[in-house]
Write a new protein. Structure first.
Ligand code: GRG
Length: 306
C-alpha cells in the first residue's frame, strides 16, 4: 500500500488545465462549505471531508467553461458548479459504502465512512445531495433569471435521480458478476457517469443564457464525454495502481463489474472512447461562441492518468 509519503503524493489533485479557474472555484466552494453549511458539527465535518478532498474538480470546470463557451461570464455559474460537485461527492461517498463498492480509499486517503463511521457516511451523502439544491437555487442571486434557475433545478434533479445517476448505479450493481454486452454497458455508464456531465454543460449553458436548443445539445456533448470518461476510468482501473489513482485498482475485475473493456476488449474500448470524445468536441465546436478553454479541458481529460 506504500509509505505515508507516497500516499500524500497520490492525494495531490491531477493537473487539469485552467488553474486560475480551478482556484476561483475552490475559494467559492470552501466558503460555501464553511459559511453556509448547516447542521451538527460532526456531520458538517464529514460533509466537508467528503466534498473538499483532493478531487480533480472536473465537473465544476465543465459548468464554468460551458457557461463561457456560450458567451456567458463563468462567474454567474459558480453556484451551479458547487451544486454538481456536491452531487458528485454524494455519489462517491455512497458508492464507497459497504453496501455498494465497499472501498477503503478514495482520493488518496480513507473513504468518508472509514474515517467517520458508516452512519455518518450515509448521512453526509444525503446532506450533500440536499445542500446541492440549496446552492443551485443561489443562481438567482448570481443574476440568473428565475425561469432559468427552475430549468437548472429540473435538469440536475433528473440527472441525479432514478432515471440517471442513481438508476445507473442500480443497474451497475445488478450487472455485477454477469456477462454484459456493450449496449448494456452503455446503458449503465451513460446514466451513472454521463448524465451528470451532461447536466454540467447544460447548467453552464443555462447560466450563460444560451437558448434551449444549445442547452440540449451541450447536454448531449457532456453525456458523450461522460461515457468516454467512464471507459477511460475502467481502462485505468485495470492497468494502474493505488498510488497513481488514489483509490484501489483492479477492483472492477475482482467484482465482475460491467465495463466496456471487459465487454469489447481493450482496443475496441480505446476506439469507442476516442469516437465519443470526437463527437463531444464536434458538438461543442459547432454550438459555442467561445469554446477554446472547454476544448482544452476535454483534451486533458482524454489523456488523464487518474
Ligand atoms: C443512493 C445509496 C445510494 C447510492 C448511490 C449514485 C451512486 C451511489 C453512485 C454513482 C456512481 C458513481 C460513483 C459513478 C462513478 C463515476 C466516476 C468515474 C467517478 C470518479 O470521478 P472523478 O475521477 O473523481 O472525477 P474525483 O475524485 O477526481 O472527483
Amino acid at each position: 500500500m506504500g509509505s505515508p509519503r507516497r500516499r500524500r503524493a497520490a492525494a495531490t489533485p491531477a493537473a487539469l488545465p485552467h488553474p486560475d479557474l480551478a482556484r476561483a472555484f475552490e475559494i467559492y466552494f470552501r466558503d460555501a462549505l464553511s459559511e453556509r453549511l448547516p447542521g451538527p458539527p460532526r456531520l458538517r465535518a464529514a460533509m466537508r471531508y467528503a466534498a473538499l478532498g483532493p478531487g480533480k474538480r472536473l465537473r465544476p470546470l465543465l459548468v464554468l467553461l460551458g457557461c463561457e463557451a456560450v458567451g456567458g461570464d463563468w462567474f454567474h455559474a459558480l453556484p451551479a458548479a458547487v451544486a454538481v460537485e456536491c452531487v458528485h461527492a454524494f455519489s462517491l461517498v455512497h458508492d464507497d459504502l459497504p453496501a455498494m463498492d465497499d472501498d477503503d480509499y478514495r482520493r488518496g486517503r480513507l473513504t468518508t465512512h472509514r474515517r467517520f463511521g458508516e452512519a455518518l457516511g450515509v448521512l453526509a451523502g444525503d446532506a450533500l445531495l440536499a445542500f446541492a439544491f440549496e446552492e443551485l437555487a443561489m443562481l438567482e442571486g448570481a443574476g440568473v433569471p428565475a425561469p432559468r434557475v427552475v430549468e437548472a433545478v429540473r435538469r440536475l434533479a433528473h440527472a441525479s435521480g432514478a432515471d440517471e445517476l442513481v438508476g445507473g448505479q442500480a443497474l451497475d450493481m445488478a450487472a455485477e458478476g454477469r456477462r454484459v454486452r456493450t449496449a448494456g454497458v452503455e446503458a449503465i455508464h451513460s446514466r451513472k457517469t454521463g448524465a451528470l456531465m451532461g447536466a454540467c454543460l447544460a447548467l453552464g449553458a443555462i447560466a450563460g443564457r444560451a437558448d434551449a436548443r444549445t442547452v440540449a445539445v451541450l447536454d448531449d456533448a457532456g453525456r458523450a464525454l461522460g461515457f468516454a470518461f467512464q471507459i477511460h476510468d475502467d481502462l485505468l482501473n485495470s492497468g494502474s495502481t493505488l498510488r497513481k489513482l488514489g483509490k484501489r485498482a483492479g477492483t472492477d475485475a475482482a467484482r465482475g463489474k460491467a465495463t466496456y473493456p471487459r465487454a469489447a476488449g481493450v482496443t475496441a474500448a480505446r476506439r469507442r472512447e476516442r469516437l465519443l470524445s470526437t463527437s463531444a468536441r464536434a458538438i461543442i465546436e459547432t454550438h459555442s461562441v467561445r469554446p477554446a478553454r472547454l476544448l482544452a479541458l476535454l483534451d486533458a481529460v482524454a489523456v488523464r492518468e487518474r
